[in-house]
Design a protein around this ligand. Structure first.
Ligand SMILES: *Cc1c(COP(=O)(O)O)cnc(C)c1O
Length: 408
């Protein structure tokens, strides 16, 4: 059991400036889009349609279009409409996990012989999916430095089989911000699609479709669910066509035909989480901004990677592309891997755990945990790095806890 610390006495620096601004309309859409009261009873919260199938008016006439829950379920579809609105997309599709969403999207647009260019530092599971599963089905992945559009251009120029650019921004775990608009322009000029994994920023901080991406991928397990109590994923598409078919239709077909859909209970939890994303993210950003600044002055810390710090290599891009800097901080400790592992194992409030985006703070050692599958490759993160997902607790408690762990 976690002991709730006594009221802290430490004073921490005040939040730097307003830590986040939501786009106009976001807060209202988060609560209401796709979430109309139940027409039958007026229940404010639409019911969880815990059903596999639906009775029909006749053999060819459905009731409100519903036939079988793999094809459509009102709870899932309500969440999909809510998320599509917040991402500014034409349609969203919810899956049983973030990886299932990635898999459905990749199968919707790729064939054997195609090449994917992925910005290095992708989520470890994405790296595994591309290099250990898709590689066996004849899809090659080339990783490029996420801070070098020139490398991207060189790859695209030299390889006509590239069909997809896969971006994640901010990257995991180094929190490099990638210029979605610039990279999308380059990819589109070479006829490739652009997908952005928006899990770390969430639509509260960044809407990739507005910057030119064709599709957005989410692990809704993280900030969207927001309470570490549900696994889920989503694909959101704008109006792009791919080989003569709307991307929306290609992904809809995969969701139905391959079937890794989000269930009604999971969709309900994700929708409930999404309603409070804006207010939660405001607190994540505020706490992370304070912690990042405090860590910068800590004697046991060598480097703090947080896009909100002016010295972060992609701070200006983050300020332009994002409406807040997020709740994740990676920092490199003095004393190498052993010290990083000891720090991660010595906190009390921060739970030692993979995952992120919940209301509770978590800490991890990426080199052995989330990115274990990249060990020995150029994509492996530095061994002295610790990543924290900053929750919405009292920030003074978080400072105290990290200080004790760093000195352990
Ligand atoms: C967690 C995560 C995923 C995978 O999502 P699951 O819900 O765990 O399958 C993909 N991308 C990023 C950035 C993630 O953090």
């Amino acid at each position: 059991m976690t002991l709730i610390p006594e009221t802290p006495t430490r004073s921490v620096p005040a939040a730097p400036r307003p830590s986040m601004r939501l786009r106009p309309g976001f807060a209202t859409e988060a609560v209401h889009a796709g979430q109309d009261p139940d027409p039958l009873t007026g229940a404010v919260i639409p019911p969880i349609y815990q059903t596999s199938t639906f009775t029909q008016h006749g053999v060819e006439t459905l009731k409100n279009g519903y036939e079988y829950s793999r094809g459509g379920n009102p709870t899932r579809n309500g969440f999909e409409a809510q998320l599509a609105a917040l991402e500014g997309g034409g349609a969203a599709f919810a899956f049983a996990s973030g990886i299932a969403a990635e898999d459905a999207f990749l199968r919707a647009v790729l064939r054997p012989g195609d090449t994917v260019i992925a910005a290095a530092e992708t989520y470890g599971g994405t790296h595994r999916l591309l290099t250990q599963i898709y590689a066996r089905w004849g899809v090659r992945t080339v990783f490029v430095d996420p801070s070098s559009p020139r490398d991207l251009e060189r790859e695209l120029d030299s390889d006509p089989t590239v069909r997809l650019l896969w971006l994640e921004t901010p990257t995991n775990p180094l929190l490099t911000v990638v210029d979605i608009a610039a990279w999308s322009r380059i990819a589109h000029a070479h006829g490739a699609l652009v997908a952005v994994d928006n899990t770390f920023a969430s639509p509260a901080l960044q809407t990739p479709l507005a910057h030119g991406a064709d599709a957005v991928i989410h692990s809704t397990t993280k900030y969207i669910g927001g309470h570490s109590d549900v696994l889920g994923g989503a694909v959101v598409v704008g109006g792009a066509q791919w080989e003569g078919t709307a991307l929306e239709e290609l992904v809809r077909f995969q969701q139905f035909a391959a079937g890794a859909v989000a269930g009604p209970q999971d969709s309900f939890l994700a929708a409930r989480g999404l309603k409070t994303l804006g207010v939660r993210m405001r607190q994540h950003c505020e706490n992370a901004g304070i912690l990042a600044e405090w860590l910068t002055g800590h004697p046991r810390v060598q480097e703090v990677l947080y896009p909100g710090l002016p010295q972060h290599p992609t701070h200006e891009l983050a300020a332009a592309q994002m409406s807040g800097y997020g709740g994740l901080i990676t920092f490199r400790v003095s004393g190498g891997e052993a010290a990083a592992r000891r720090t991660a194992e010595s906190t009390e409030l921060f739970g030692l755990s993979v995952s992120l985006g919940g209301v509770e703070s978590l800490i991890s050692h990426p080199a052995t945990m989330t990115h274990g599958s990249t060990r020995g490759t150029p994509q492996a993160p530095p061994a002295d790095a610790v990543r924290v997902s900053v929750g919405i607790e009292d920030v003074e408690h978080l400072v105290d806890d990290l200080d004790r762990a760093l000195r352990a």
